[in-house]
Design a binder for this molecule. Sequence first.
Ligand code: SF4
Length: 288
Amino acid sequence: MNKFLDYCTNTDLHATVILPGGCNARCSFCYDISENVDIKDYKKKLAEAIAKIPTEARKFAITGMETSYSPYFKDVLELASEYRKDHRFDFVFLNSNGSNLKKYISELNAGLDALNISRHSADDKENYGIFNTDTVPSADELRDIISGLSLEAGVNVNTVITDDLSEEEVERKTYAMIELCKYIGATSLTLRFEAHDRLRPNQLLSFLEQYPTIQEKANPGCHFWLKNIHGLNVVLKHVTKEPTSYSNWNYGYIIQRNFDITRDWAGLKPHDLSTYQTIGNEKLKILK
Ligand code: SF4
């Protein structure tokens, strides 16, 4: 399995920063609305928040609305580059729809192990329609961006499969997206089946049954199946909107836009970090 898929399908704890800032797109399935805000000393405050997170969290994920539109995008990439150099995290990845990335190729190469690009149709026009903007990159522009990248764990394309699609439409979309991934130079494709209220039954679409499952993993918030389809690694991912909804599972450390560190995306369940203290770069758990 490639490194990106290994990290994204394992259950290692992660630190995820939700970058402040808005988005150039308006996807119907988006559940986050945020605009740019002015935060003094953002980089310093983010570094302080990350220093509170136990070092057992080995992955660092950068997300938000459109991360590359955040005024703090460069700051977070610079921090990521430092964390990679001093081995604070084993794996750094960025979620983006790709819109602004051409300007940041050297920062991306220094700061990331992998890039996760949102793209929801192989056809440019249909993709603009899903994002409700033509400011997201075309297939040719993505190919150009990816050709400048030298990320150890490559580029994944993330495609949301909405409930309104029939199985035939999902099948058509899957094969078209695989061809698109090969064209633009992506190393894997993730088909994300949203399960906002609960995970779907562990059933795969029938056309997928002809492709052996290479790996299957499940945790309380996600269920993954890895397949190799037409020569590409394809992950089918059933995921809940809020992984902590149905259990006390520790999904990871989510750094909210106000630097609160929570267990959930909504920012309602703070982590209790008081049982840890910092000694140098190490966090030691204090046994009570
Ligand atoms: S690109 Fe992402 S953040 Fe922007 S509207 Fe679509 S789902 Fe939301």
